[in-house]
Design a protein around this ligand. Structure first.
Ligand SMILES: [Zn+2]
Length: 307
């Protein structure tokens, strides 16, 4: 598929925790401001229940291996790991209303990253239409309550999506969603039916998937990511808990290297606007698969024969 994109990086920032919203987002806003880059932030509208993921250590193959490699305790901190276990989970958007508004005021995009990140990630695959819609309505209401406008973009927590959610986005006038791992934007087929909502997949790995495998020094990792860039459209997902904290140096190195190579950064909403109405966008199936370095399933783009 040919697009008009030449050396573009769509920068997608996932906020997963209360701490990442409160402290990581302002740090990232400063950093992006320095480079004059606009990005797309996706924020969970409900509570932080990161502590519940501690249970995954015992239930999910590969989680412990990854947890050791990434340094879960240094990344999240003890307090965050207790949210939902010994401490009540704080409301991520509600308790950080000014941070959410600041994202938009500085010219970035704010989208929805589920309601409860942990519950979405673990259960969305099994939810029916009623349950899925109920959660999304709740998330959209909170978003509207804080920002005063309707949400038009969504990114699935943990890259787990179901066809009812995609249908919800189409029915509710969303511009696009970004829920999958893949190669280029497409119109999805999921649950054997075509759904008319633009899907913008993450095309690059995430830092936590390669740290300790491709290297562990920020500058080397930045070079590794630079070498992965395609000449057309790339979508990079970063996390406030990593790049907004102790891996900020990696992000700055990567931005410098990408700029040197002539790449420009864009918000996903601007990418979606450019693609709107184009009839060259392929139809692709979404399936649950696996990516290197990540425990559990993720929603993946099945490349079409047309692309
Ligand atoms: Zn997330």
């Amino acid at each position: 598929m040919k697009h008009d994109f030449r050396k573009v990086i769509g920068l997608k920032v996932d906020v997963d925790t209360y701490e990442g919203m409160k402290n990581g987002v302002p740090k990232l806003l400063d950093c992006l401001n320095q480079f004059n880059i606009k990005a797309s932030f996706f924020v969970p509208m409900g509570r932080d229940h990161t502590g519940w993921t501690v249970k995954r250590v015992f239930t999910r193959r590969g989680f412990l291996k990854k947890a050791n490699r990434v340094g879960v305790l240094e990344t999240y901190g003890m307090r965050t790991l207790m949210y939902g276990l010994l401490l009540p989970g704080p409301k991520i958007a509600e308790k950080n209303r000014s941070v959410l508004r600041e994202i938009v005021e500085q010219g970035h995009e704010a989208g929805i990253h589920g309601y409860d990140h942990v519950i979405w990630h673990d259960r969305v695959k099994k939810w029916d239409e009623v349950k899925t819609s109920a959660i999304l309505i709740r998330a959209c209401r909170k978003y509207e309550d804080i920002l005063g406008v309707k949400a038009h973009s969504f990114a699935a927590p943990g890259w787990m999506i179901n066809p009812y959610a995609l249908q919800f986005f189409e029915n509710n006038g969303f511009l696009y969603s970004s829920d999958t791992r893949g190669v280029s934007p497409f119109l999805p087929i999921m649950g054997d039916r075509p759904i008319n909502i633009l899907q913008i997949p993450t095309t690059l790995p995430t830092l936590d998937e390669v740290v300790g495998i491709a290297g562990s020094e920020p500058h080397l990792l930045a070079g590794y990511f630079k070498d992965l860039l395609s000449e057309n459209l790339n979508i990079l997902t970063i996390h406030t808990e990593l790049e907004g904290k102790r891996w900020l140096g990696f992000l700055m190195d990567f931005i410098r290297l990408a700029n040197e190579q002539g790449f420009t950064f864009m918000r996903l909403t601007d990418i979606a606007q450019m693609l709107k109405g184009k009839n060259s966008i392929p139809r692709c199936k979404i399936f649950y698969g696996h990516v290197e370095g990540r425990a559990g399933e993720v929603s993946c783009q099945k490349p079409s024969d047309l692309s």
